[in-house]
Ligand binder design. Structure first.
Ligand SMILES: Nc1ncnc2c1ncn2[C@@H]1O[C@H](COP(=O)(O)OP(=O)(O)OP(=O)(O)O)[C@@H](O)[C@H]1O
Length: 644
């Protein structure tokens, strides 16, 4: 960690701890305490919303479960904080797993509705289960005791501050680890995640469970902080506020969550006080103007894009001086601010400032990591082994893939020899990509069987198949766009981690060792495909040809025995194709078997040992490239069309 960062963090912690002593005002102490509690919820919600890209409107319900676990345990058993906090985390995490179930089946607006229903059910249950929760009457409790000492407002503030710091470190470490990369990969491309051995199912559940655990912790702290809980707090408005806080603050940043929490706690109060509202809106206009000017100067934004937020915030400041009273305008101003942020600051306030000031988050630190790694790491391990060269690695027999009445594959047999490069060609729509999808478990064939390295693939998930040694690239590049090149490859290396949540959270030696080894290998793989200079660049910003190479590096990270390349040369320039040919040759030299789908005949002819030709889902020819090229049926179906 950089000394500058450590000093800043130390100062921030000292300021946070000193605040109640300096302020002395119970109202402000309670306000900051609430912000910290909400920030803990938002750290968790950001995992689900920001990282995995799911919508959750159920987090107020989870927050409520945490609060009521503490409340009920205190009410019924007189339990201490040592029991209530872990119990709240555990029970809420279990409910989080329950909430994850719909996320496995539905996405987008449907998921939003289901999670909203979950939140509503929780609120109704709290209301109805009077024997446990005291129903609408609510539960009154006192501040907890620690080591026999009853905490006062300030001491409890410090407990909350300690929990905030612990949550911050925990979440930050998890999100920067292989687990966080897995969450982010789900958002980037679920199909590619599965094909990299990162099970979408498993990691969606993990994300909800961790997120819920944090909501539970926050809920329990909230119960003690307010000293009174009732079902009405955990309602629809609360859940929307949480979501809004993430959007306003900025997703995928802990600073954004803190800022979002401050906004949702302060804004309603701010909108009650006209004088304060005027001061803050003028300050906001100034900040936006400066950030926009910087963005414009650095060429990060067009004049129009930079002007709109400035005009908006200046108009808001102007409006604040026109208003005589806030009472009638509170909700309208709140709505306007929300609309403005959601529409114009889509990366949230933190994202906007980062963009304007050209701060690149973890992209820059990836470049640093890359630069520190040893130069000669042997990235690509030997696969297969010389002894088994020539034996059958993959056998597909009578594979039928039917979509309604269309037979995309019609009883196709395919036998792939270990160590070979096997070409799969055919006109558009002949079933090549469908075959890839069958081999990687994305499609379950209507009939027929596939065996790989002696084991049947039937009934296995894409991620299982990937982990057993089949890696692939995609016809339409499926990178994790918001992640750097290095992180993309690290997702492919997910299988090399054995560390669990505890190893990650406490940075235990096992995790540190695995992380270092994985980073070194990822960088080595980038070097293997000639992308080491671009390690810290976001995948979406790479030129198309480089994106295709990055996909190959990511696939190789799986240590595959079989690599499926789906039109790797599509859209590449002639020099890029030359580079690609050399890389595929090198891959074969490392003993990796390759199935190559390609429309560029020169690539197929120069690389492949055997070529199979598909037409309308049927295999019409197979053999040496030259023989296939001369085959009448092939010329008629495919090469003839190309020649023409
Ligand atoms: N999920 C699907 N649902 C319905 N039809 C599909 C599906 N996937 C593929 N098909 C159809 O199966 C046929 C074979 O498609 P496929 O993408 O495998 O061809 P291809 O040989 O890879 O073509 P190209 O070279 O254009 O990529 C096409 O008619 C396609 O429309």
């Amino acid at each position: 960690m950089k000394p500058k960062f450590l000093i800043a963090a130390g100062l921030a912690i000292a300021a946070l701890a000193a605040f109640p002593l300096a302020s002395g005002n119970p109202y402000y102490i309670h306000l900051v305490e609430t912000i910290m509690i909400y920030a803990i919820v938002l750290f968790g919600l950001d995992i689900v919303v920001g990282y995995t890209g799911q919508v959750s409107l159920g987090h107020a319900g989870l927050f409520g479960i945490g609060a009521y676990t503490a409340g009920v345990l205190v009410l019924k058993l007189g339990a201490s904080i040592w029991l209530t906090l872990p119990a709240a985390i555990a029970l809420t995490a279990a409910f989080g797993a329950l909430l994850a179930l719909p996320a496995l089946r539905v996405t987008g607006p449907y998921l939003a509705m289901v999670t909203l229903a979950f939140g509503t059910i929780i609120q109704i249950l709290i209301n109805e289960m009077s024997f446990l929760t005291e129903g609408p009457m609510g539960i009154t409790l006192t501040k907890p005791s620690l080591f026999g000492h009853q905490l006062d407002e300030t001491e409890f503030y410090w407990v909350v501050a300690a929990m905030l710091l612990a949550s911050l470190v925990f979440v930050h470490r998890v999100l920067r680890s292989h687990l966080g990369r897995a969450f982010e990969a789900l958002r980037g491309s679920p199909v590619a995640s599965d094909c990299m051995g990162v099970s979408v199912y498993r990691y969606k559940v993990y994300a909800f469970v961790i997120s819920a655990g944090l909501a539970g912790l926050a809920g329990a702290l909230y119960a003690y902080s307010e000293q009174y809980i009732s079902p009405n707090t955990y309602n629809f408005e609360q859940t929307v506020l949480f979501l809004l806080a993430i959007i306003m603050g900025g997703r995928k940043t802990r600073t954004g969550a803190l800022l979002g929490a401050a906004i949702i706690v302060m804004l309603p109060k701010l909108l009650d006080d006209l004088e304060m509202f005027r001061i803050v809106s003028v300050l906001l206009a100034l900040i936006v103007a400066v950030a926009s000017a910087v963005a414009l100067k650095r060429g990060k934004s067009s004049l129009q894009a930079a002007l709109i937020p400035v005009v908006g915030s200046v108009a808001l400041a102007g409006l604040s001086f026109k208003l005589q009273t806030m009472t009638d305008w509170r909700l309208s101003v709140f709505g306007l601010i929300t609309l403005f942020v959601v529409y114009y600051l889509q990366d949230g306030i933190v994202g906007f400032v980062r963009n304007a000031l050209n701060l690149r988050g973890h992209a820059a630190s990836d470049a640093d990591t890359a630069a520190q790694l040893p130069a000669g790491a042997d990235a690509l391990s030997k696969a297969g082994g010389a002894t088994s060269q020539g034996a059958t690695l993959l056998e597909a027999s009578k594979v039928l893939m039917q979509f309604g009445g269309l037979k995309a594959l019609n009883e196709v047999d395919l036998s792939i020899k270990r160590g070979s490069i096997h070409g799969l060609i055919g006109p558009n729509g002949s079933g090549k990509s469908t075959m890839m999808n069958v081999l990687t478990g994305i499609y379950v064939p209507t009939a027929g069987a596939v065996s790989f390295a002696g084991a049947a693939l039937a009934g296995r998930t894409s991620s299982d198949i990937a982990l057993s040694g089949i890696a692939r690239t995609f016809q339409n590049v499926q990178l994790f766009g918001e992640m750097t090149a290095l992180q993309n490859v690290l997702v492919g290396l997910h299988h090399s981690f054995r560390s669990n949540l505890l190893d990650v959270a406490l940075h235990l030696p096992r995790y540190l060792r695995e992380n270092h080894q994985a980073s070194a290998r990822a960088f080595g793989l980038l070097r293997f495909v000639g992308l080491e200079q671009l390690a810290g660049e976001e995948a979406r910003n790479l030129p198309y040809g480089k994106q295709r190479l990055l996909e190959i590096a990511r696939a190789l990270a799986l240590d595959p025995q079989l690599l499926l390349l789906d039109e790797p040369a599509a859209g590449l320039t002639a020099p890029d194709i030359k580079e690609l040919l050399a890389i595929i040759q090198k891959i074969r030299e490392h003993g990796v078997t390759v199935i190559l789908i390609e429309h560029h005949m020169d690539v197929v002819m120069s690389l492949c040992d055997t070529v199979s030709v598909l037409d309308f889902g049927q295999k019409i020819a197979e053999g040496l490239p030259a023989a296939v090229q001369a085959d009448e049926k092939v010329i008629e179906a495919y090469l003839g069309g190309q020649a023409a």
